[in-house]
Design a protein around this ligand. Sequence first.
Ligand SMILES: [Zn+2]
Length: 446
Amino acid sequence: MNTFKMLQIPEAQRYWIRQARVPICFLPVAPKTDVDRDGAVLVDLLVDQDRIAAVDPAGRTTSADLPAIDLEARHVWPTLIDMHAHLDKGHIVTRTENPDGSFAGALQSVAQDRTQRWTAQDIKRRMEFGLRCAYAHGVAAIRTHLDSPEPDQAQRSWAVFREVRAEWADRILLQAVALLPIDAFRTPYGAELADLVAASDGILGGVTRAVGGVHGRLLDDIDPLLDTVLQLASERGLDVDLHVDESGDPAATALAHVAAAVLRNRFKGRVVCGHCCSLAVQPEEQICRTLDLCAEAGIAVVTLPTVNLYLQDRRGGRTPRWRGVAPIHEMRQRGIPVALAGDNCRDPFHAYGDHDMVDTFRQAVRILHLDHPFADAAAMTGPVPQAIIQAGPLGTITTGGPARFILFNARSLNELMCRPQSDRLVIDRGRQVSAELPEYGDLDGI
Ligand SMILES: [Zn+2]
């Protein structure tokens, strides 16, 4: 009998979720009780309206007067954090395909789609579709990059973002990063954009691209450009979030330059580097040197395994030889915070995806070997990005925090990994989320 299907979230203001299995990495305060082989504990969660009133070891508290559901040792996670997305280009794949699935093809297709079709209405419609997917899947916070290569587009996209951020504020915490090739900071537009970002309460970003597109050496003036980005951010009190070395070419070594720039400028804000793929194909000694520098500079890394697997090492008619991902085990061993995120969704950079962090986790475990043991791998979907993007208590399960959970019909991480968890229950403010995944038909005519 499928007792999970029969679960009814109580209507009461206060109720217990009993025998919930929670990985301790999601619990800022770990209760004193046995830890299973997946690093999870059995707890009883007391929900009081929209908050968590208690996280107790299972079976210790008896207040039989309150309604309760019994999860019979199934997993409960907090709603998760996707700290690197591209909501502005999502879901354009059906109208503007990547001709060959390559990185160069993606750049070209997106530029074409953006210049011809990104009206405010178009961007908003696709962003909302993405957010509806994310919310139904149990995502609580998203940091999205916004293509901002020239003033008109930037003004339009950021205006839509500010509107959407306000409309979704009660369901998904939204942050945005300005995205453009770092060369643009040679011109006065850099300061103009930094002003727009500051006025929008955003984050300054950029792509540390290489000369001649995807492959080849770094820009000759990468160091002064990084200095400019950090100075513009510093003057306005902004954090920085960069796309770094999204390439399989060992000559892409911008990560070390970013770390050196942070130290040279004594930058006080937070710095995130996304991707860092090419680090994995550099000599071991160079990897160690760069990572030591990143640790010293306090840089956080976000890895985007599904998109790296899709884009890196792709050449027509040839089987890929590497997975495209950054050496994140080595980063974590040095204490560098590493988060997992979804990146592109149904656009020319990645044809697939559904804004589902549970799917991202399940794929990441396989691509990055986050298992045997799982240890605290799940932290990369909640507490780690929460600390990096300063998302308050989201992505954790803590007394006084929001009653936002994902309930799984899985008693172990193996069971959670082996099925897509399409039957998960998402709880927001103590109530079951009734919103369903949007129909693809909602995008017809875009
Ligand atoms: Zn990205």
